[in-house]
Design a protein around this ligand. Structure first.
Ligand code: F6R
Length: 357
């Protein structure tokens, strides 16, 4: 009953957004523009000579910046592998020929502080991105270049600040090219998307708002495809978890055709409570498009719903940002129409408190 009401009601209960997450999202185009300036600041960066790999350290909303960098840098000409490290163990190959980005919005994340310490011991060339905390104290006292980004946000709402300076650094070090210009050119596109996706007009033309109402009472299952679409899917999943406080899962083509496709055969009640969202783009390779169509055909009768979302934009940077923005609004609208304040993450706070105890 409540779900049906939510689906037909086109009003947005903004009073639920007590901590102002919608306003933060509305500022995202400006955040990307500001992050470009931060990335272009006079920071003395390490030399790129002889580098053999790039490693990005970070967890959760900070860690996804590493996935973004990995997905976008190949397109921008990076010849080195990019490895993300989301845990306590720094990869064994890290040495003085490795460029390490230590990314923590708060600067106080246990795993990131630990791996950054290991990277320092191994003599890696480190660059940090943080708004403060212990990480900044450590990098400042060890003369490690640090991009200082504005504080006061939830880390997941600071993706522009966290990812763009890394791409900028790679660009300034001569390891990628053109990507900063692409971010700059994407800012007006994001402004245009804000008019479409933002809370100004929550009718049926607002794709994120329409999808959010479809998702009430369902578990979102977000599918991407190898490359940046898989990163977008993982971002959507995390935003559903943290903004709307619902379970959500992600996977990507073609890998999911080798396991997950079978998983929809049983537990009919559970499957019916899942809504599959397939993220794509107009130029999806023909064999991936074929896989998506066959998969939807096979699982359609088992799951509660399927929605395809097509990224828009003239290059990978724009298409990824478009999907991130669409997903961020969808997760916040889902939070609001189900009575959840999107900002607090009591469980993560409680978890970190208990870990520190
Ligand atoms: C909170 C969020 C979390 C944090 C994570 C790591 O909005 O997204 O996933 O990002 O707990 O904390 P930071 O980013 O401060 O290193």
């Amino acid at each position: 009953m409540a779900a049906d009401q939510n689906k037909s009601d086109s009003s947005l209960p903004t009073e639920v957004d007590k901590s102002g997450m919608l306003e933060v999202l509305e500022k995202f185009p400006g955040q990307v523009a500001e992050a470009i300036d931060i990335g272009q600041s006079e920071l003395q960066l390490p030399s790129a000579e002889g580098l053999r790999a790039v490693v990005v350290l970070g967890m959760g909303g900070s860690g996804i910046s590493g996935d973004v960098v990995a997905a976008l840098s190949a397109d921008a000409g990076l010849k080195l592998p990019v490895v993300t490290c989301k845990g306590y163990d720094l990869p064994k190959f890290v040495d003085s020929d490795t460029l390490v980005f230590a990314v923590s919005y708060s600067g106080n994340t246990e795993e990131t502080l630990d791996t950054a310490g290991q990277a320092m011991e191994r003599g890696a060339r480190i660059v940090a991105v943080s708004s403060g905390g212990r990480l900044t104290e450590i990098t400042e006292s060890n003369s490690i270049p640090t991009f200082h980004i504005p504080g006061g946000l939830q880390p997941r709402a600071a993706l522009g600040y966290l990812a763009v300076p890394i791409m900028s650094a790679l660009d300034r070090m001569g390891m990628v090219s053109g990507v900063v210009d692409r971010f700059r050119a994407a800012c007006p596109m994001l402004e245009a998307r804000l008019i479409e996706y933002g809370p100004g007009a929550t009718g049926d033309d607002n794709g994120p708002f329409r999808l959010a109402r479809e998702l009430v009472d369902f578990v979102p299952i977000v599918y991407g495809a190898e490359g940046y679409l898989a990163v977008a899917a993982s971002r959507w999943k995390a935003q559903f978890n943290e903004m709307a406080k619902v379970p959500a899962f992600h996977n990507y083509f073609p890998e999911l055709n080798h396991n997950e496709t079978v998983g929809w055969e049983n537990l009919a009640d559970v499957c019916r409570r899942c809504h599959v969202i397939a993220l794509g783009e107009p130029a999806l390779p023909a064999r991936i498009e074929k896989r998506v169509k066959i998969t939807i055909d096979l699982i359609q009768g088992s799951v509660g719903g399927v929605t395809r979302i097509c990224a828009r934009g003239s290059n990978t940077v724009e298409r990824l940002l478009d999907l991130v923005y669409f997903g961020d609004f969808t997760s916040v609208y889902l939070a609001l129409v189900t009575g959840q304040d999107p900002t607090p993450i009591a469980r993560i706070d409680e978890f970190k408190k208990r870990m520190a105890g």
